[in-house]
Design a protein around this ligand. Structure first.
Ligand code: GTQ
Length: 374
């Protein structure tokens, strides 16, 4: 122990723990005894909140964005991202992410527009909600996108977009931006000369994987998925097969997009699923460590999140935070696309799941969510 001065000895005699806590703060030191209940909570206490953004709101804002912003070098993309109202601690960066680990956005590309190529250390994915005739060019491969397609843009690969068709192309983007940012691993590089030119055949990776159940010999070593576009028809076929049998009580008829080389998630840090809930199907409630961002591709219904009912319909986006009880109810035949951070939780061996036991697995509704701007 260090020798202490007369002054410090006086302080020790006359002061309380509270005085000392304040004293420590002056030196950028902190007392664990004050912090431990907050920083080591018994179960996950996410700052992210359950939230929903309606299709009308998104369409309105994209219409304005189309008038006032054109994708070009610097701003790069006409994308509007979902800021979770609970994640105000992100404000020092000037923005909030969608969950603590996931950035999600909606992107609009108009006929004739080009979004310049760039590469970054974040992994990206896209789900096409509208349009055809636009392509993304990933590492020299033009990949044409149609409604319902799911695409990945693995980290550090050059990618840009161009719309060579008619009508708007709208997609949901998701990236692991908050995770990479908080790990201090952010790198970004613009491609000299704008949009990269093709240097391999169009739709190369999708053609190589057309069989679905077989993979090209020698393709068993890729940590990065060797397939860029997961076509809607194939996803639907997978779901139709499941529909020959009973649905999963917690998930309905649900498939996950995988890396055909490893069998793991298509993106190493973000899990992705397509889930079909037939009309009137009601999933049993679950909670788990991972968080999820949903996009309603088709149909309508509601999700009860910690007792609050969130009504949804095609084109809406909503968040189920980690460790929140949730169950879905379909009012029409519905398809939900979703992005989660399960691969991150698994990597750190943090994933835990609980099934809601009481009331046959169904929560009571204790409140109805009101969206601020419909
Ligand atoms: O389309 O390349 O929403 O790089 C965020 C970052 C979209 C993209 C986003 C991106 C992209």
């Amino acid at each position: 122990m260090a020798e202490v001065s007369q002054e410090v000895q006086e302080f020790m005699k006359s002061s309380t723990v509270k005085d000392f806590n304040q004293e420590l703060a002056q030196y950028n030191l902190g007392p664990l005894w004050e912090a431990i209940p907050a920083i080591m909570n018994k179960t996950p206490k996410p700052q992210a909140e359950a939230y929903l953004w309606s299709s009308e709101l998104i369409e309105k804002q994209l219409t304005v964005a189309a008038q006032i912003f054109t994708p070009e070098r610097g701003g790069e993309r006409r994308a509007i991202y979902f800021q979770n109202p609970g994640l105000t601690y992100r404000q020092p960066w000037g923005w909030a992410s969608t969950t603590q680990t996931i950035y999600a956005a909606v992107q609009l590309l108009l006929p004739g527009e080009k979004a310049p190529s760039h590469r970054h250390s974040q992994s990206a994915l896209r789900f096409i909600s509208k349009g055809e005739g636009a392509y993304t060019i990933v590492q020299g491969e033009r990949i044409f996108m149609e409604e319902g397609d799911f695409l990945i843009t693995p980290k550090n690969l050059w990618h840009g977009h161009e719309h060579t068709g008619n009508g708007p192309m709208i997609c949901m983007d998701a990236l692991d931006i908050p995770t990479i940012y908080s790990l201090g691993g952010t790198f970004f590089e613009p491609y000299e000369g704008g949009l990269q030119q093709p240097n391999i055949p169009d739709n190369f990776t999708e053609k190589r994987y057309r069989g679905g159940m077989v993979r090209p010999v020698g393709d068993d070593k890729y940590t990065v998925a060797p397939l860029a576009n997961y076509k809607w028809n194939r996803t639907v076929e997978g779901i139709k097969g499941l529909m020959e049998f009973d649905p999963d009580p917690h998930h309905g008829f649900a498939v996950e997009y995988i890396n055909p080389s490893t069998g793991k998630s298509a993106n190493p840090t973000l899990g992705t699923r397509m889930q079909h809930l037939p009309k009137d199907f009601h999933t049993k409630a679950l909670r788990h460590t991972h968080s999820t961002v949903y996009h309603v591709h088709k149909g309508s219904g509601y999700t009860i999140i910690n007792g609050i009912r969130f009504d949804w319909k095609a084109g809406d986006y909503f968040v189920v935070p980690n460790w929140a009880w949730y169950e879905h109810v379909a009012s029409q035949d519905s398809y939900l696309f979703s992005v989660n951070d399960l691969p991150i939780m698994d990597r750190f061996d943090l994933e835990q799941e609980q099934k809601y036991e009481s009331n046959n697995g169904f929560q009571d509704i204790t409140g109805e969510f009101k969206v601020a701007f419909r």
